[in-house]
Design a protein around this ligand. Structure first.
Ligand code: SAM
Length: 253
């Protein structure tokens, strides 16, 4: 047992039932490969290795790497000592790749955008995240949780909450509840032709002033409103992703 390091969000899973539930949920086929983010001391890894073709792990903490390297069950796996945010997933050169991680909650959003960046290198992903963030990632239009991150990730992914997780299954025990989420990629045709810079700008500006009507929150932009079917007296939580795409396609630059 090592001391958990707060700076790297180290809360280790210690509940065998929960680990088995994760294994069942990820439903890995025998020809699928796994990239595990932040394997820690290998509690989940030692189960994943039995159900996949190849298991690869990226762990930032050198002390944990030493433990993983001594783990008998992980002797045939690929243990990489790196920051996942700097890791080039395509360097593994693998097809049928599933990403799984009980990740540090302070870098959840960067990891989700890392998944966007490496979109073509993986098939589906499962992450453990803070419950509140899971609710925002899966929020329905018109709700208070529908926010910038819902729309930005919704451009690329369909995200579902598989189940909620109590703090009791971790050591040390975190202060927050968690959720296990499934990240399914949308067809790339969905976002391929959009102007991502404009889309990002509009979504950011609209949600920065979410109580305001769009015609006010976006007033500093030159938008061809007549060409849009969107009603600019609406507030951002009333807009679908397609509405945001339509506005971003009608910015006059
Ligand atoms: N998977 C283990 C478990 O469930 O017991 C550990 C989970 S713990 C919440 C998060 C793990 O991610 C830790 O082992 C931590 O060292 C590692 N980690 C933190 N930041 C990381 C990063 N940027 N890249 C890779 N691993 C990271």
């Amino acid at each position: 047992m090592v001391f958990a390091k707060k700076k790297w969000g180290q809360n280790f899973l210690v509940d065998n039932n929960l680990l088995n539930k994760i294994v069942k949920t990820v439903n890995i086929a025998s020809d699928e490969n796994i990239l595990e983010i932040g394997p820690g001391q290998g509690a989940l890894s030692e189960k994943l290795v039995d159900i996949c073709n190849e298991l690869h792990m990226v762990e930032i903490d050198r002390d944990l790497i030493a433990i993983l390297n001594q783990h008998d069950k992980l002797s045939q796996t690929n243990i990489i000592n790196q920051d996942i945010l700097k890791f080039n997933l395509s360097s593994l050169g693998l097809n049928n790749l599933i990403v799984i991680g009980n990740i540090p909650y302070n870098i959840t959003s960067p990891i989700i955008f890392w998944l966007v960046e490496h979109f073509n290198s993986w098939d589906r992903a499962y992450l453990m995240v803070q419950k509140e963030l899971a609710e925002r990632l899966t929020a329905k239009i018109g709700t208070k949780d529908y926010s910038r991150i819902t729309v930005m990730t919704g451009l690329y992914f369909d995200i579902n909450i598989s189940f909620l997780i109590s703090p009791n299954v971790f050591l040390p025990r975190p202060k927050v509840q968690s959720a296990f989420i499934e990240v399914i990629k949308k067809e790339d045709s969905y976002y391929k032709d959009i102007n991502l810079k404009s889309f990002d700008q509009i979504v950011r500006m609209a949600f920065n002033q979410r109580r305001k009507m769009l015609r006010n929150s976006l007033s500093s932009l030159d938008i061809n409103m007549e060409n849009c079917s969107v009603n600019f007296t609406m507030r951002p939580e009333q807009l679908t992703i397609e509405d945001f795409i339509e506005i971003s396609n009608n910015i006059i630059s």
